[in-house]
Design a protein around this ligand. Structure first.
Ligand code: NDP
Ligand code: MG
Ligand code: MG
Length: 336
């Protein structure tokens, strides 16, 4: 079983007297900066000139510097810019200003796991990865709670890396809920696997395939949308609160019978074999290599795919139906 740390296992005073630089002020960055400040820490924000986030961080009362200056001034540096932007930022603006004894932190292990960032051996490298979007983490903290997080140590130059990472997690409020020990490798590989096979890739393609099957059989797109996409939220909410058993307890017996009878035929041995293959591509680094190269080329395949997917008929009918349901707070992808 996993090792889990709580408030009593973490000493916030380890961070007092240290300066913390939060690089990036987006979803995670703003929440880390604000929670740590409320926990009595000395926080500055590192950004680039012209960043949209600069004024936001300043308006929220933080000292804001360009990244090299923020790194120079700080003992703990938390990397919260988008993952694909991290390697270049690290090379150009972080590495030259790291000195022995400083701590470099991450909220996701990709760039360390796949060797895109190789820090010098005389600094600590650790991870605190909250299991919630930043806005949720901030909200829960203000209500006196915390969201769970993962903690990992990649490099322990000082012998204090884990204790310091736990102090950081406590500053975020995460030890109120529980902080699970992991490794950069486990966090990265399971994160990529989960998003590819279930959360993003698996679910969206399951929805599309089922929608297309109904349309091809002559059913109306509006009805297909409700059955294959809209109602998914109800099911996910039930699983979120009480697992698969509570979902099955709440739906009709007919639905539950259909689950047992047909589910294993949809997710059959072929699908399981494909899952294993995808996991292998993640573990071997083949996926990472491909994605890094796609970024280096300016994302031609990714951008074309994104444009194509946005034109799928389920998106068109969904837009019209969501307009009939203003109470669900319909969203559009921002232009550009
Ligand atoms: P966002 O895209 O929300 O925010 C990125 C921030 O970095 C913005 O403030 C952006 O400024 C700034 N930025 C972008 N490029 C640079 C640069 N070259 N130099 C300095 N600042 C830059 O990112 P997230 O918060 O989503 O992700 C940050 C990290 O947290 C990632 O490692 C991610 O994997 C991890 N994570 C994210 C979670 C989430 O829920 N979003 C959950 C757990 C981990 P501007 O917008 O002005 O360009
Ligand atoms: Mg991910
Ligand atoms: Mg139904």
């Amino acid at each position: 079983m996993a090792r889990i740390y709580y408030d009593a296992d973490a000493d916030l005073s380890r961070l007092h007297g240290k300066r913390i630089a939060i690089l990036g002020y987006g979803s995670q960055g703003h929440a880390h900066a604000q929670n740590l400040r409320d926990s009595g820490c000395d926080v500055c924000v590192g950004l680039y000139r012209g960043s949209k986030s600069w004024e936001k961080a300043q308006a929220d009362g933080f000292p804001v510097y360009e990244v090299p200056e923020a790194v120079r001034r700080s003992d703990v540096i938390m990397m919260l810019v988008p993952d694909p932007a991290q390697p270049a930022l690290y090379r150009e603006a972080v590495a030259p200003h790291l000195s022995p004894g400083k701590t470099l932190m991450f909220a996701h292990g990709f760039n360390i796991r796949f060797g895109q960032i190789i820090p010098p051996p005389d600094i600590d490298v650790s991870m605190v990865a909250p299991k919630a979007p930043g806005h949720r983490m901030r909200e829960v903290f203000r209500e006196g709670g915390g969201v769970p997080a993962l903690v990992a140590v990649h490099q322990d130059a000082t012998g204090q890396a884990l204790a310091n990472a736990l102090a950081y997690a406590k500053g975020l409020g995460c030890t109120r809920a529980g902080v699970i020990e992991t490794t950069f490798t486990e966090e990265t590989e399971t994160d990529l696997f989960g998003e590819q096979v279930v959360l993003c890739g698996g679910v969206s393609h399951l929805i599309k395939a089922a929608f297309e099957t109904l349309i091809e059989a002559g059913y109306q797109p509006e009805i297909a949308y409700f059955e294959c996409l809209h109602e998914l939220k109800l099911i996910v909410d039930l699983m979120y609160q009480g697992g698969l058993s509570y979902m099955r307890y709440s739906v009709s017996d007919t639905a539950e019978y259909g689950d047992y009878r047909s589910g294993p035929r949809v997710i059959d041995d072929h699908v399981r074999a494909t899952m294993k293959q995808i996991l292998e591509e993640i573990r071997s680094g083949a996926f990472a290599e491909e994605w890094i190269e796609e970024n280096a080329k300016g994302r031609p395949w990714f951008n074309a795919k994104r444009a194509e997917e946005r034109k799928h008929p389920i998106e068109e009918v969904g837009r019209q139906l969501r307009a009939m349901m203003p109470w669900l707070n319909p969203k559009e992808v921002p232009a550009g």
